[in-house]
Design a protein around this ligand. Sequence first.
Ligand SMILES: Cc1ncc(COP(=O)(O)O)c(C=O)c1O
Length: 378
Amino acid sequence: MATIQVLKPKFHIDECLEQVRQCLEAGWTGSGFKTVEFENQWKAYTGHANACYLNSNTSGLHLAVNILKRRFGWAEGDEIISTPITFVSTNHAIMYEGLTPRFADVDEYLCLDPRDVEGKINEKTRAIAFVGYGGRVGQLDKIIALCKKYGLRLILDAAHMAGTRVNGVFPGTWDGVDVAVYSFQAVKNLPTGDSGMICFADAGLDAQCRMVSWMGINKDTYARTGSEGSYKWNYGVDYLGFKYNGNAIMAAIALAQLPYLDEENARRRQIVAMYDKGFAGNPRIQVVPAPYADECAYHIYELIVPDREGLLAELAKNGIYGGVHYRDNTEFSMYTYAQGTCPKAHKVSHHIITMPLHLYLTDEDVEKIIRVVNGFVT
Ligand SMILES: Cc1ncc(COP(=O)(O)O)c(C=O)c1O
């Protein structure tokens, strides 16, 4: 029996190999060359004014907190309001800088609920970290309004949002988003091996980010080798930076994949529409809606079901592998201090199941999955 995986990246192998070949022939696999080309293409594709290529989204989230902390004079113990329904990177990034995630509950899109967020703003709050869950924009507009009302910064964890638009515009470029961070990790909509992009609205913070993401050195190697080919060793180091820069091999793969992203996201939406229709008549299944669904770059497709563990087992019996995105982060020992503060997220975390969603799924696969799910959840 052929098995169906929950997530499976599709690589355009010949184009990827050709791009990687160019790196190897040029003898340049580090930062620069393809990374600069990809940054420029990403800016053209998304409309972001600035883009700095990194080795992951996690690094980018950490840099976002690190750089905003310095820029706005945040102190250890200050708080960033965040979601418990996310990959731990979102919340670890806050902790790396000695700040504390203050968890707020989720809405029907499983994104931060603006009403709960507003109730959790206090004198220590400095920012809100919003996750575009599964590619959804949720109520980001209302979260931005809260940031403006209370003088907070907004960090957009756009790990799932490669290609999501609202009326043709990337939400990460909206006025009020200080920084958006994308992921091009192995199974994301734009897969590489591991990499990410951080897009600051402010050009000065972008310039600082380039320096901080490369050990705090104030010129990158590519620039140092210069047109005359001499290695300019006489650089300055003004900042305790990190080795977070992206490399040319990953950028080469991203360059090969980017031209396909919109058509691939359109296919994801077709699969989602089939699922939505297939589950619409089942009163025991709750689908997670998306605002602006016809422009959402669905990364994952979730159902809320009474017996999640039973359904996972039943799917596996049929060669179908589901998943769970995500467990309520306040269940992890690091974050238990916030247990009980987000009851909706906590409940959902025990009933949520990720259905297969990727470009190798045929319509017949989707029909089979719908059949198995509806046969079990009765
Ligand atoms: C919501 C969310 N944030 C952050 C990350 C971290 O991304 P990366 O693996 O590129 O560091 C992920 C990856 O799974 C994610 O799903």
